[in-house]
Design a protein around this ligand. Structure first.
Ligand code: PLP
Length: 400
C-alpha cells in the first residue's frame, strides 16, 4: 500500500470505486454515508449527472489551453463568482493554498503601489489554517506544520476575538494585510465573533491594511450564504475561495474588490493550468445549482443536522459543544475525538477529526433529510457505546 508515494497521508484501507449523492461505495460493495465530502469539497455529491454530461462535452472539445488563449467560460465564472461575493475581479488557481498565495502577493504589491514598501508583514489569527506552501504555511497556526520548514514569513498572531491584540499588532507591525478564516475549519469549526470581524474591517479601513478573508472552507455556500461573513455583514477587500467551487475538480479563486482588482500588472502572477475550460465548465454547473436554490437545502439540512446533534448532546454527556452553521458543523467532545471518528467510520459514516476533540461534519450540499436522519442515528448509537466521561483529555474507547 502507498508504494512509490511519499508518506504524507494517513489513508484508510478501503478503496472507493463509486458514489451517488452523499453515498460512497467501496470495492467490496459496501456503502458509506459521506459526511465529509472529500474535506468540504464535493458540494454536488457523487455521480452528479449534470456535472458528468458537462465534463463529457468539454473533454470532447478542449481540455486545456493555458491562460495565453481565451475560452468562453473564464469571464462567465469570474463575473458570477464576483456577483455572489460582491467583488470586482477574480484570479483563478488550482487550490485554496494557491489562492491564498495570490492574496498574500496582492497585499504586498498593493503596498508597493502605494509607496509603503516597508509594510511587508502579516497579521493572522491563532488556530487558523491557510495551506502548506511557504507563504500560506507562514500564516498557518499549527506549529507542527510550520516548525520543520522555518524560517517562514514575518507573521504576528493574535488570539481569536481579541480586538485589542489585533489593534496593537496592526499599530506596532504596520502589516500589509490582516488574514483570517471567518469560521476556522481545521481549527475546530470555530466561528470568530461578529464583533471581531467588524472591528477588523473598521481597523483595516482606518489603517489602509488589506483585509483578507480565507473562505476556502466556509465559503461558496457551505454555511447557507455564499460567503460566511455575509451573515455578519462584513465585506473584506480580498476573499479566497476553493474547495466546492468546481464541484470536486481542482479550482480556487482569489477575488478582490474594485480598490484592489488592478493591483497586479501583466506577468506579475500566473498559473499554467488554472481557470482552464474543464474546471470552468464544472464551476458553471455548481453555480447553476446555486442559482436553482441549492442554498435552501444547505440551510434546511443544516438546521436538521444541528438540531439532531444538539439532541445527541443533551442525551450523552460526552458531548461538550455543537459548533458551526449550515453544513459546516462540529461535534466537540470532552476529549480526543479520534476513537469516535474511527468507530463512526467502521459504522459506515465518513467524518474526520479536527483540532483534536472535534468531529468535523461537512457533507455534500445535496444531502437529503433521510441521509441526515440515518447519519444522526448512527452517530447517536456509536457515541452511546463510549464511556460518558467528562474528564478532560481522558483516553476513551468504545465499551466492549
Ligand atoms: C481555510 C483553508 N484555507 C486554505 C486551505 C488550503 O486549501 P487546499 O488544500 O485546496 O490547497 C484549506 C484546506 O483545507 C482551508 O481549509
Amino acid at each position: 500500500m502507498d508504494e512509490g508515494v511519499m508518506k504524507t497521508y494517513a489513508r484508510a484501507d478501503e478503496v472507493f470505486v463509486d458514489g451517488h449523492g452523499a453515498r460512497l461505495i467501496d470495492s467490496t460493495g459496501r456503502e458509506f454515508l459521506d459526511f465529509l465530502a472529500g474535506i468540504a469539497v464535493s458540494a454536488l455529491g457523487h455521480g452528479h449527472q449534470g456535472l458528468a454530461s458537462s465534463l463529457r462535452d468539454q473533454v470532447g472539445k478542449v481540455v486545456h489551453l493555458s491562460n495565453l488563449f481565451r475560452h468562453p467560460y473564464t469571464e462567465q465564472v469570474a463575473t458570477r463568482l464576483c456577483a455572489h461575493a460582491g467583488m470586482a475581479a477574480a484570479f483563478f488557481t488550482n487550490s485554496g493554498t494557491e489562492a491564498m498565495e495570490c492574496a498574500l502577493k496582492l497585499a504586498r504589491k498593493a503596498m508597493h503601489v502605494r509607496g509603503e514598501k516597508h509594510r511587508t508583514s502579516f497579521v493572522a489569527v491563532e488556530g487558523g489554517f491557510h495551506g502548506r506552501t511557504m507563504g500560506a504555511l507562514s500564516l498557518t497556526w499549527s506549529e507542527k506544520y510550520r516548525k520543520p520548514f522555518a524560517p517562514l514569513m514575518d507573521v504576528t498572531w493574535v488570539p481569536p476575538d481579541d480586538v485589542q491584540a489585533l489593534e496593537r499588532a496592526v499599530a506596532e507591525k504596520q502589516p500589509c494585510a490582516v488574514v483570517y478564516e471567518p469560521i476556522q475549519g481545521e481549527g475546530g469549526i470555530r466561528a470568530l465573533a461578529p464583533a471581531f470581524l467588524r472591528a477588523a474591517r473598521d481597523l483595516c479601513t482606518r489603517t489602509g491594511t488589506v483585509l483578507v478573508h480565507d473562505e476556502v472552507q466556509c465559503g461558496c455556500g457551505r454555511t447557507g450564504t455564499f460567503l460566511a461573513a455575509q451573515q455578519v455583514g462584513v465585506q473584506p477587500d480580498v476573499v479566497v475561495l476553493a474547495k466546492p467551487i468546481a464541484a470536486g475538480l481542482p479550482m480556487g479563486a482569489c477575488l478582490a474588490n474594485a480598490a484592489f482588482a488592478d493591483t497586479f500588472e501583466k506577468g506579475e502572477h500566473g498559473s499554467t493550468f488554472a481557470g482552464g475550460p474543464l474546471v470552468c465548465r464544472a464551476a458553471l454547473v455548481f453555480l447553476d445549482e446555486l442559482d436553482r436554490g441549492l442554498l435552501a437545502n444547505v440551510q434546511a439540512r443544516g438546521e436538521e443536522l444541528r438540531a439532531g446533534l444538539v439532541a445527541i448532546g443533551r442525551e450523552l454527556p460526552i458531548v461538550r459543544e455543537v459548533r458551526g452553521t449550515g453544513l459546516m458543523l462540529g461535534l466537540r467532545l470532552w476529549h480526543s475525538a479520534t476513537e469516535f471518528q474511527k468507530a463512526l467510520y467502521k459504522a459506515g459514516v465518513i467524518t474526520n477529526c479536527t483540532a483534536g476533540d472535534v468531529i468535523r461534519i461537512v457533507p455534500p450540499f445535496v444531502i437529503t433529510s433521510a441521509e441526515i436522519a440515518q447519519g444522526l442515528r448512527i452517530m447517536q448509537q456509536t457515541l452511546a457505546t463510549f464511556p460518558q466521561t467528562r474528564e478532560l483529555g481522558a483516553a476513551v474507547s468504545p465499551k466492549s
